[in-house]
Design a protein around this ligand. Sequence first.
Ligand SMILES: *[C@@H]1O[C@H](CO)[C@@H](O)[C@H](O)[C@H]1NC(C)=O
Ligand SMILES: *[C@@H]1O[C@H](CO)[C@@H](O)[C@H](O)[C@H]1NC(C)=O
Ligand SMILES: *[C@@H]1O[C@H](CO)[C@@H](O)[C@H](O)[C@H]1NC(C)=O
Ligand SMILES: *[C@@H]1O[C@H](CO)[C@@H](O)[C@H](O)[C@H]1NC(C)=O
Ligand SMILES: *[C@@H]1O[C@H](CO)[C@@H](O)[C@H](O)[C@H]1NC(C)=O
Ligand SMILES: *[C@@H]1O[C@H](CO)[C@@H](O)[C@H](O)[C@H]1NC(C)=O
Ligand SMILES: *[C@@H]1O[C@H](CO)[C@@H](O)[C@H](O)[C@H]1NC(C)=O
Ligand SMILES: *[C@@H]1O[C@H](CO)[C@@H](O)[C@H](O)[C@H]1NC(C)=O
Ligand SMILES: *[C@@H]1O[C@H](CO)[C@@H](O)[C@H](O)[C@H]1NC(C)=O
Ligand SMILES: *[C@@H]1O[C@H](CO)[C@@H](O)[C@H](O)[C@H]1NC(C)=O
Ligand SMILES: *[C@@H]1O[C@H](CO)[C@@H](O)[C@H](O)[C@H]1NC(C)=O
Length: 357
Amino acid sequence: MSSPKKLTPLSIPLLFIITITITSTSAKTFRCTTSGATCQSVVDYVSPNRTTLAAIQSLFTVTHLRSILGANNLPLNTTANTTVAAQEKVRIPFPCICRNGTGVSNGRPVYTVVPNDGLWHIAAEVFSNIVTSVEIQAANYIPDPDLIKVGQNLTIPLPCSCDMVGGEAVVHYGHEVAAGSSIEGIALQYNVPQETLMQLNNLTGPQDLKAQDIIDVPLRACSSKVSNNSLDYPLLIPSNAYVVTANTCVKCKCDTAMNLMLQCEPAGINSSCPLIQCHGSQNLLLGNTTSSGCNATTCSYAGYNTTTIQTMLDSVSTCPAPPLAAAPPGPGSSATTLNGWRVVIFINAVMFCLLFV
Ligand SMILES: *[C@@H]1O[C@H](CO)[C@@H](O)[C@H](O)[C@H]1NC(C)=O
Ligand SMILES: *[C@@H]1O[C@H](CO)[C@@H](O)[C@H](O)[C@H]1NC(C)=O
Ligand SMILES: *[C@@H]1O[C@H](CO)[C@@H](O)[C@H](O)[C@H]1NC(C)=O
Ligand SMILES: *[C@@H]1O[C@H](CO)[C@@H](O)[C@H](O)[C@H]1NC(C)=O
Ligand SMILES: *[C@@H]1O[C@H](CO)[C@@H](O)[C@H](O)[C@H]1NC(C)=O
Ligand SMILES: *[C@@H]1O[C@H](CO)[C@@H](O)[C@H](O)[C@H]1NC(C)=O
Ligand SMILES: *[C@@H]1O[C@H](CO)[C@@H](O)[C@H](O)[C@H]1NC(C)=O
Ligand SMILES: *[C@@H]1O[C@H](CO)[C@@H](O)[C@H](O)[C@H]1NC(C)=O
Ligand SMILES: *[C@@H]1O[C@H](CO)[C@@H](O)[C@H](O)[C@H]1NC(C)=O
Ligand SMILES: *[C@@H]1O[C@H](CO)[C@@H](O)[C@H](O)[C@H]1NC(C)=O
Ligand SMILES: *[C@@H]1O[C@H](CO)[C@@H](O)[C@H](O)[C@H]1NC(C)=O
C-alpha cells in the first residue's frame, strides 16, 4: 500500500514509497521445462473496479482487442468501450516464454509507474494478485522494493507454461480459483484429469487449493491443419475460443461440441482480403462444406505466409464400411451383417491448394 499521500513536486525525479511488507503468498509460477520455448497462454484477470475492455487491453498491453474477444469467445463486433463490472473475470491472452524451469509472459504486460505507486499496490490492487510484488521486483531487478520511479516501466511476469501435457500440445490457462471450488470441480469443468491438475500444480489434497490462487489448467486445443511453414504455426486454439489470423483475413474457432476440429472461415472484418477459394473445386470457399452421398468435403484453412493463404480440401466420410467378414449363415439371415457395420470416419487431406493474393 502506498504511504499517506503527500504532494510531491513532479520535478523530484525519485519517488520514495513506503510499502507495508506483507508476507507474500506462495509464488504462483508454473513449471515450464523446455527452456526458450514460446507459445500463447491465457490467464484470468478479475478486475477490482468497474472498467472497460479498452482499459484492460491497455493494462495488459494487448495489441489487438480481437485477441481478448477471441480468448473470451465474445462476438467480434464487441466494442472497446464495453463495460466490465467489478469482480468480473476476463481471460487475458499473452505470449509466454520458458526460462529456468518456469514460464513467464514474454515482455508483456508493461506497467508504467504513477505517483504514489508501490509494488504491493501494483500486484494486489491493479493486477489482482495474478503476480506477487516479489515476482515483479525480481523480474525487473529492483534492488529496493521501496524505491521505484514515476514513469519507470515494469514488466509484469504473468504465470504460464509451454509444456506438453500427456504428450499433447495444450494451452496453459492460469485459472483463478473461486471460493468454494474443488479440484474435482475444476477438473470436471475443464475436462482435465484430476491427477494431471494435482501433478502440474503440486497439489497434494484439497487443503492446497485456496481461493484466488492461480492454478495451471491445461486446456485441450483443436487439432489444426496449419502447415509448419505457416506464420501462425502451430495455431493452438483452446476449446471455446477463436483467433483471427492470416492478416485479419481468417477467423478460426475451436468448439468442444464440434469434436475439437478447428473451423475456419473468412473473418469478414477487412475488405482488402482476397476471396479465399479452394483451388480445384468449383465455388468452394474457405469454410464451405459440400456433401456428396455420405461424403462431406470442407475447405479448411492450412496456413499463410506473406503472399498466400493456404487452404485444403478435407473429406469426411460417414459411409458405412463394408462388412469385414460374412456372418455365419444362420436360419434367420435377415440383415445380420447390418449390426456389424460401423460408421468409420476417414479424414483425408485430399489436396493442398494455394491462393495467390
Ligand atoms: C454483432 O454481430 C451480430 C451477429 O454476429 C449481430 O447480431 C449484432 O447485431 C452485431 N452487433 C453490433 C453492435 O453490430
Ligand atoms: C462505444 O463505442 C461505439 C463505437 O465504437 C459508439 O457507437 C458507442 O456510442 C459507444 N458507447 C458508449 C457508451 O460510449
Ligand atoms: C535459475 O534458478 C536458480 C534456482 O532456482 C537460480 O539460482 C538461478 O539464479 C536462476 N537463473 C536465472 C538466470 O534466473
Ligand atoms: C481500483 O480502485 C482502487 C481504489 O480506487 C485503486 O487503488 C486501484 O488502482 C484500482 N485498480 C485498477 C486496476 O484500476
Ligand atoms: C515506458 O513505456 C512507454 C510506452 O511504451 C514509453 O513511452 C516510455 O518512454 C517508457 N519509459 C521509459 C522510462 O522507458
Ligand atoms: C511441492 O510442494 C512441496 C510441499 O508443499 C514442496 O516441498 C515442494 O518443493 C514443491 N515442489 C515444487 C516443484 O513446487
Ligand atoms: C514440416 O513438415 C514437413 C512435412 O509436412 C516435414 O517434412 C518437415 O520436416 C517439417 N519441418 C519442421 C521444421 O518440422
Ligand atoms: C487487410 O488485408 C490485407 C490483405 O491481406 C492486409 O495487407 C492488411 O494488412 C489487412 N489490414 C489489417 C488492418 O490487418
Ligand atoms: C461459403 O462461404 C461463404 C463465406 O463464408 C458464405 O458466404 C457462403 O454462404 C458459403 N456458401 C455455402 C454454400 O455454404
Ligand atoms: C466418398 O469418398 C471416398 C474416398 O474418400 C470415395 O471412395 C467414395 O467413392 C466417395 N463416395 C461418394 C458417394 O462420393
Ligand atoms: C508462400 O507459400 C507459397 C506456397 O507454399 C510459396 O510458393 C511462396 O514462395 C511462399 N512465399 C514466401 C514469401 O515464403
